[in-house]
Design a protein around this ligand. Sequence first.
Ligand code: GAL
Length: 474
Amino acid sequence: MKRRDFIQLIPPITTGLLLPENLQFYSFFNSINRKDFGNDFVWGAACAAYQVEGAWNLDGKGLSIWDTFTHKKGTIYKNQNGDIACDFYNRYAEDIALLKYLGIPNFRFSISWSRILPNGVGTINQRGIDFYHRVIDTCLENNITPWITLYHWDLPQVLEDKGGWTNREIINWFSEFVSICTKSYGDKVKNWMVLNEPMAFTGVGYFLGIHAPGKKGISNFLPAVHHAAMCQAEGARVIRTNIADAQIGTTFSCSHIDPKKAKERHYKAAQNSDALINRLFIEPALGLGYPTDTIPLLKRIEKYMQSGDEQKLKYDFDFIGIQNYTREVVKHWILNPILWSKQIPASKRKVELTEMGWEVYPEGIYYLLKKFAAYKNIPPLYVTENGAAFEDVVDDEYVHDSKRTKFIESYLRQVLNAKKEGVDVRGYFYWSFTDNFEWAEGYRTRFGLVHVDYASQKRIVKDSGFWFKKFLEG
Ligand code: GAL
């Protein structure tokens, strides 16, 4: 099973297979225009430390679980790793200049924990702190607003050696890291995201073992889930303590899920998958607890809970980040006694695919926005990731990627549909700004608006990047 097979096992059963009445109308007759989203709508592009920075062992940085994992043979496509990646550590100024050139006014990036705290806790690496000051200052000088993700999957290896996310101590370790980051950058940066896709890093890293740290099984997964959910709220409280006027969010991987057929047992399978993938982290944050009603096995999380945890899981976020790429179709499956569900691979469904093998399904983002908006007391939503990997045709100085442009336009249309129907969605960040290291896929798949030739580190703006520039110019 691949990562996406797992993390996409879920979303909202809002649906059935029919489109809402006006959805098709919007899709076919509305041309997409920046001004339709309103003047305050936030537009941006995103990346993450391990995927772009390189400089894995420079200037005092400690090892992260991704350094260790990628250096093991057989874990990543062609044994590739992020040692150099896009060399963002040295080329950040060039990349931020490109953002400015494309008129992209917001930049989402993450902080490498082991660059700041090589031992996970304790001694601070000043050269690490200085690096992010340079990145932030360069953004601000170019009128680009920085949005920081505190944890995008690169845990310090020394902490993993003590159990990583399965060790409850991580709540203290993470709080210390968040405290240092917010005290260092809080004067300049107001937009913060605590975690990137907790379901993905616990599910793929601590259950399936196909991402770092490569751990498997329910006895790793359940404590990792609880500690991540605790850190999600505790991290937010630390940000608030240090930056009173911060906008605090966290991000979730989500996918719309349809049953294979309109049959009771397939609906049930879809509901179970939805609970695991789409509900597991948002609901405790909203004070609703884990979705044990749908997945009784989650009751086993209680074993890792201490008194008062239920309250501590709750936090009133200022925003929630929705990250969506595709949808899943599932069927009832007796051999999966936890979810009773099995994903039907997109490749077997005669649908349009991206290079990741994921279905292109723009309506999914509409359904998800509606689903999340339906929670009581949900804060404003931002699409903090959406994008696609397609084969890019590099033709001298141009990269032709019409499929990507079409993809962005079609997903944006659906974001707009949701907004027009009253969903409080306030922004859209394309994933990713440049091509980068795509986890288990290495450099095989490219998501960027900007092409990176990894041998020369030359950047070429793709046709989709020029399309986005024009779109943003209105
Ligand atoms: C997300 C993840 C990103 C990127 C993207 C495309 O799940 O946050 O780091 O890898 O998927 O696969």
